[in-house]
Design a binder for this molecule. Sequence first.
Ligand code: SIN
Length: 491
Amino acid sequence: MPVTDALTRHLKARHKFSVVDRLECLGSPASDRSFDVFNPSTGELLARLPDMGREATKAAIDKAHAAQSEWAALTARDRSDALWRWHQLIVQHTDDLSAILTAEMGKPLAEARSEISHAAAYLQWYAEEANRIYGETISAPSTDRRMLVIKQPIGVVGTITPWNFPASMVARKISPALAAGCTIVLKPAEQTPLVAGAMFLLAEEAGFPRGVVNLIYAAEGNDVGLELCTNPKVRKISFTGSTEVGRLLMRQCAEQIKKLGLELGGNAPFIVFDDADVDAAVDGAIQAKFRNAGQTCVSANRIYVQTKVHEEFVEKFVTRVRKLAVGDGFSSHAAIGPLIDSNAMKKVEAHIADALAKGGVVQCGGQRLKNGATFFEPTVLTNTSSNMRIAHEEIFGPVAPIICFEDADQVIREANDTIYGLAAYFYASNLKRVWRVSEALEYGMVGINTGRMSSEAAPFGGIKQSGIGREGSRHGLDDYLEMKYICMGGI
Ligand code: SIN
């Protein structure tokens, strides 16, 4: 079945994107099982897609494997040109891709447009970076030897992308892999597979050779992940999602010592010191907390505010949060879309109930909207403390707990007291403090006086149980390259 009218009425190039289940062009065989994709704002059915299982995954891996050596043998310039063409097509089709994204994921259209532009930026960045893969010569310790290092593509890469950024995460993983000379098999999240399908149609138009990019549509619970992790033709797995699933994939990859790139959960502290510009901190907190309705792994999870500026911050922050309109992502006033599903809603409610039972106070919000969908009011909680679940678990929703603190050393200890280490933010102006705090925070990324830091030019990734490896920047390419040391003797 093609995508439904509920989706095509938003599209300009109706013909092109009403065939996102045209699998042959996406490099994968069809299936007789299916699964449905819904709009989380309205509950409307958007598409019925083939649920491709383990056999189809195996076939897609075979295609990627067969295409691997030819793709790797092209010049870097040829791979770069294909990425450029794909970049340009994505830019040209921004309206349609954003509409598909909003329909299946729910985020406001302006955020969807910004995500598509971020996705295009990754393709552009790695189209450029493809031409800059360098090796190394080493001064040999004896005169009769020459030593050098070359970099080669790792091989077939299995990628699994999440529902919260269903376009930019596809680009963030695939573009460095393709630039490095790897071929890929991608499984997008079952809630949001359509924008990935549309991007793959554009990849076909960009002229990637057959078998280089392969898409697997699959509902949860099938064995696609297992096949990707255990098939010896796949040499690397790149996954963005929960720490729990990351652990499972690691276990599945252990047998073959398969390389893994993992971008997992977070528990970002957002610290406002008493020398901060409070208005700027409020702006940053709105962005770090409420972008994508709080459904990002770098969302501010715990907002720590120093005593001297606590009252001013809370008052200004709550005033701003009350103005955030919740609604269908296609409506022009909506700043916050729905949560992805009813489980997400239940988790947010459980976090709030736990905080209230332990003395937390609701300053605004705190309830689901009574319209039957998964909309939740943007919420601010005060009087929160580190013994609450929200201080330790990823909220993944529009709930901002504010914790008052007095002492700078104590707040750093609390900020670091977590299994996660993805992103941290702080606002301060004293330079000595800025350096000391950025070095003391045990996180892969630290934002100083900003609530947003994701960029194609920078290495995105975490430490501790937030992941392994980096995506974006020149470092993102290294994850898809093997180093080979070559030694010539008898000279
Ligand atoms: C994520 O939540 O995984 C990505 C967020 C971002 O790119 O800013």
